[in-house]
Design a binder for this molecule. Structure first.
Ligand SMILES: Cc1cc2nc3c(=O)[nH]c(=O)nc-3n(C[C@H](O)[C@H](O)[C@H](O)COP(=O)(O)OP(=O)(O)OC[C@H]3O[C@@H](n4cnc5c(N)ncnc54)[C@H](O)[C@@H]3O)c2cc1C
Length: 550
């Protein structure tokens, strides 16, 4: 028995395997899919694996038609976190029977179950009670639930407009084009990456926390996906200008060092992901004082966001139409489509689906004006690298310093509440002072000419991105659940990337595209909810209830 016996002629087919093992079975499945002329257009494989960092890992594949998600978790916990409708289940090495209910919740109406090693009576009974009907040999079953499955939302026509050609918009365009969508990418400037994504260098690294909280889990998933995704579009140092040279993050003080030691002692992270260095080790590596120790993120580094945008647009192929230099556009619904117009009213593009990826400029769209987003000014300082210690990696603490690229090192960045677009000496001074503390050299950057760049980060109050259909605040009523919040039909957002646009962009775009296509989601459902733009509708409601005492 094999998924290929059942997938013929299907639009998509999702296989869930409780044991990835050495990966040979997944390889064979993908090979069978390649060879089968009647294969489903898209094959999704989700498998439980051992030895991975916690969380779902989406592993980019050679073909756009295949997704592979690996998850290291006990079966019950894994099923509770999957956002997928499963067509074929392969059970091996399963313990207990509590998984049966969660499995039934995810199973498609005609799901097939294959049993690799015999189930015990309790497991068979639990699965049968959930609607799995076993054959005589009890090695396979068909799902025949009495409860009808909730129909999946219809996949919209595969035509979209993406507004904004920064990291967020270019990633959205690429992930949609990879799924066969025709995408019009609209940008007011004549080129991509001229606003927040226009910096010479952005750094990428994971975030750690003692309690592995939601922001940590999200940034880890985004970081790991970004590393793999960049490889798939030409690689850092290849199509993408930058270097995966490692990031050394100095501990802020003794307290931070203490907390870091506790995280390191938990022992769950492979050294290539994060390695804690005590002061002597850190100083030996850095050649400078590191009195409280440091984290070394070997796979971290820096990249020029504009080159990431270019690589993503190149990977779109001919399904992408760029409408750049059209000035600030507006957005109006008409007859089930969205019309994007230039300031003079001329139609720029029209489609049933729009992805708003306008960064700090998004609040100007009435449909996004009530989202609690703010524009946070940041100034980066460009320094003559010859005047600084030559670093083989990115160094950071409160501030960061990138290695030289074309003779320039970047130090940054400030966080300011005003809207001044011009470079200013006070911000440069702030960057220089932090740089001096970072490299323990009071002479570093002294008398540097005023050079750098100002940008505006798009930031939500919880510092997490907004991914998904935009809520309609006006009609939200007394909604209590995310799924009940009314949305602007066909209007989605990829917003609020704050200071981590490089790593958020690939995963958030993948998540949005997967949702539009009813595919298995590349993130655990609790993390998906944490990114839902409608979370702010519920929060505003709770706040107003508290204020009114109800
Ligand atoms: C100083 C500074 C330092 C940073 N450092 C890092 C770092 O080290 N690492 C990291 O990962 N991130 C960093 N960031 C954050 C990162 O730059 C952003 O998260 C990312 O660039 C956001 O991408 P975006 O596509 O959402 O926004 P943007 O790049 O701003 O793109 C939005 C696009 O939408 C267009 N647009 C908006 N409104 C309209 C309209 N009405 N009509 C037409 N077009 C419109 C804009 O012109 C713009 O091109 C930094 C940001 C700043 C400001």
């Amino acid at each position: 028995m094999n998924p290929a016996d059942f997938w013929q002629g299907r639009e998509r087919y999702t296989v869930f395997d409780t044991r990835h093992g050495d990966g040979r079975r997944v390889d064979a499945l993908i090979e069978a899919w390649r060879r089968d002329p009647a294969r489903p257009k898209r094959l999704h494989i989700v498998a439980l694996a051992e030895g991975l960092l916690p969380g779902l890992h989406r592993i980019p594949q050679a073909e756009d038609g295949v997704t592979l998600d690996l998850l290291s978790a006990p079966l019950d916990a894994a099923l509770a976190q999957l956002g997928a409708r499963i067509d074929y289940v392969r059970l091996e090495d399963v313990q207990g029977s509590a998984f049966a209910r969660a499995l039934a919740r995810l199973a498609a109406g005609d799901a097939v179950l294959e049993v690799e090693d015999a189930l015990d009576e309790e497991q068979l009974t639990a699965l049968a009670a959930q609607g799995f009907v076993f054959d005589a040999g009890r090695r396979s079953a068909r799902f025949a639930s009495r409860k009808p499955r909730q129909p999946l939302p219809a996949v919209p026509p595969r035509r979209a407009i993406v507004i904004g050609a920064g990291l967020a918009g270019c990633a959205a365009a690429q992930r949609l084009c990879a799924r066969g969508w025709q995408v019009t990418l609209v940008e007011r400037h004549p080129q991509a990456a001229m606003e927040a994504s226009g910096n010479l260098a952005g750094i990428f690294m994971p975030l750690l926390s003692k309690d592995d909280n939601i922001p940590t889990r999200l940034t880890r998933a985004a970081y790991l996906y970004a590393l793999r995704y960049w490889d798939s579009i030409g690689g850092i140092g290849g199509a993408i200008e930058g270097a995966a040279c490692g990031v050394l993050q100095l501990a802020r003080d003794a307290g931070h060092a203490e907390a870091s030691r506790a995280i390191a002692a938990a022992g769950s992270m492979p050294p290539e992901f994060a390695e804690w260095l005590e002061p002597p080790q850190a100083e030996a590596l850095l050649g400078l004082p590191a009195p409280d120790g440091a984290w070394l993120f070997r796979q971290g580094g820096w990249a020029r966001p504009g080159s990431v945008c270019a690589a993503m647009m190149a990977a779109c192929g001919d399904r992408l139409t760029a409408r750049f230099g059209v000035g600030s556009v507006t957005l109006d619904p008409e007859d089930g489509e969205w019309l994007v117009r230039a300031a003079d009213g001329a139609l720029v593009a029209q489609a049933p689906t729009v992805v708003l990826a306008g960064g700090a400029g998004s609040g100007a769209f009435p449909q996004a004006a009530r989202l609690p987003l703010s524009a946070l000014r940041g100034q980066v300082t460009h320094l003559d690298a010859a005047t600084l210690p030559a670093l083989p990696f990115v160094l950071c603490r409160e501030a960061y310093l990138t290695p030289a690229a074309n003779g320039v090192a970047c130090a940054g960045a400030t966080y300011d509440l005003d809207a001044d677009p011009a470079l200013r000496a006070a911000s440069q001074q702030e960057n220089i002072e932090r740089l001096q503390a970072l490299v323990s050299d009071p002479a570093a950057g002294v008398d540097a000419p005023l050079q750098g760049r100002v940008g505006f980060r798009c930031v939500a109050p919880d510092r997490l991105p907004l991914v998904g259909a935009l809520p309609d605040f006006d009609t939200a009523g007394s909604t209590e659940r995310l799924r009940d919040v009314p949305r602007h039909p066909g209007l989605h957002g990829l917003l609020g990337y704050a200071s981590r646009g490089l790593i958020w962009a690939p995963l958030c775009a993948e998540l949005l595209a997967a949702r539009l296509e009813n595919e298995p989601l590349p993130l655990e459902v609790s993390l998906v909810d944490a990114l839902d733009p409608a979370r702010f509708v519920l929060r505003a409601r709770r706040r107003s209830n508290q204020l009114s005492g109800s």
